[in-house]
Design a protein around this ligand. Structure first.
Ligand code: GLU
Length: 429
């Protein structure tokens, strides 16, 4: 049974009989089979080490008190501190947070940074809350998480509907509780609080670096290449601007309310300025309206699903016509759709590689905070480029060697790395 629901960032089809965590375990099992992973390691790596659910009160502007539900899940604590964003969304569930935490473990391993994966989420319609209510919610949720977060244990970052300001409140709350400033407790902070140059753009920039690697591999000239982008936030919006800067033509982009299309290319600077001014893409001149589902099926060279999970399914995958898909979102493609796209010869850059630029620069931010030694934006971008390039080659070679998709190839590398940590550390006590 499937049902279609309108949510904040896009329209998506929810397969109600299967959760995102089921999808994550399915993807894991495919790669574990390729490796021939031992049963004990399969059991350890396919479950989350720590799951915390809290219910907490928040003072609202009208004087009432509302209770919210939030989660923080740490999937694997073997490689180092755990790392991952916090999202505010009305559809947040523990199962979704568990899946996203597992994806973070693999993502960190794919780019070779010394973290395990974590994720957090609060079930809330963030757009219905005032700034003050969001601050109250963030501060109280952070207080609830105090026992399990910290610069050496678990380091949150922004995700869907959270941003640098959210991280500033989180960092301040943590710091007030321990009695001194702790910039390393979070990443994605404002630069003035110890945030990194380039962090805000890092996920979108990483998506574009990933596309450049893939395009070179299949001899696709990005100059004049056509691009469709689902999602116009910190990932989709920035990726669209940056890919336009290198000469590609963004023909369509969408947000939660729908999209805009122009076969000759949109002017992304104008689009982003219009969105910032009006809060939406609707009514942008020089364009036709398009739904965010129709956008996925456009005849284009590159498709960037950068909204929410489960955007490409068995239902619409046969109609996808792009040559390269770069997953800016986490979990936008179902396992059935993966097979269809692979058979169609579409080069799919999986989320755990394609959007790893965000957590990579988060790692740079954390290193800068721990050393109290800031880097220039140029240093940040050069190091990011190097990591995206090396990780691409490793993912491609592993995929070719095992005759599997890039997603499974990336997972094989990631799981092997985390399995090695886990095996060598042994079982305590
Ligand atoms: N929320 C982002 C992601 O899904 C960034 C996580 C981080 O920087 O820790 O990758």
């Amino acid at each position: 049974m499937t049902s279609t629901t309108i949510v904040d960032d896009t329209t998506l089809t929810i397969h109600s009989e299967r959760s995102l965590f089921d999808v994550a375990v399915e993807q894991f099992s495919i790669a574990a089979d390729v490796i021939g992973l031992a049963d004990d390691l399969r059991a350890r790596l396919s479950t989350c080490q720590r799951e915390m659910t809290v219910h907490f009160p928040v003072k609202m502007d009208d004087g009432s008190v509302k209770v919210f539900e939030g989660h923080r899940v740490q999937h694997n604590r073997m490689p180092g501190p755990t790392k991952g964003g916090i999202r505010y969304h009305q559809n947040v569930t523990i199962s979704e947070v568990k899946a996203l935490a597992m994806f973070m473990t693999w993502k960190c391993a794919v780019v070779g940074i010394p973290y395990g994966g974590a994720k957090g989420g609060v079930k809330v319609d963030a757009k219905a809350l005032s700034e003050k209510e969001l601050e109250n919610l963030t501060r109280r949720f952070t207080s609830e998480l105090m026992p399990i977060i910290g610069p050496d244990t678990d380091i949150p970052a922004p995700d869907v509907n959270t941003n640098a300001q959210t991280m500033a409140w989180l960092m301040d709350t943590y710091s007030m509780n321990v009695g001194h400033a702790v910039p390393g407790v979070t990443t994605g902070k404002p630069i003035v609080l110890g945030g990194s140059e380039g962090r805000n753009e890092a996920t979108g920039r990483g998506v574009v670096y990933a596309i450049e690697e893939a395009a070179r591999d299949i001899d696709l000239d990005l100059y004049g290449a056509t691009v469709a982008v689902q999602g116009c936030g910190n990932v989709g919006g920035i990726a669209a601007e940056l890919i336009e800067e290198i000469g590609a033509k963004v023909v369509a982009i969408s947000d939660s309310r729908g999209g805009i299309y122009n076969a000759n290319g949109l002017n992304m600077k104008k689009v982003m300025a219009y969105k910032a001014e009006t809060g939406s893409l609707a009514g942008f001149n020089d364009s036709e309206e398009i739904t965010s589902e129709a956008l996925l099926e456009l005849d284009c060279d590159i498709l960037i699903p950068a909204a929410l999970e489960n955007a490409i399914t068995a239902e619409n995958a046969p109609r996808v016509r792009a040559r390269i898909i770069a997953e800016g979102a986490n979990g936008p493609t179902s396992p059935e759709a993966d097979l269809i796209l692979h058979d169609a010869g579409i080069l799919l850059l999986p989320d755990i590689y394609a959007n790893a630029g965000g957590v990579t620069v988060s790692y740079f931010e954390w290193v800068q905070a721990m050393q109290a030694f800031p880097w220039s934006e140029q240093q940040v971008n050069e190091r990011l480029r190097l990591i995206m390039s090396k990780s691409y080659a490793a993912m491609r070679d592993t995929s070719k060697a095992n005759n599997v998709s890039f997603r499974t190839g990336a997972l094989v590398r990631a799981i092997e790395r985390v399995a090695e940590f886990t095996r060598i550390r042994g079982v305590y006590p």
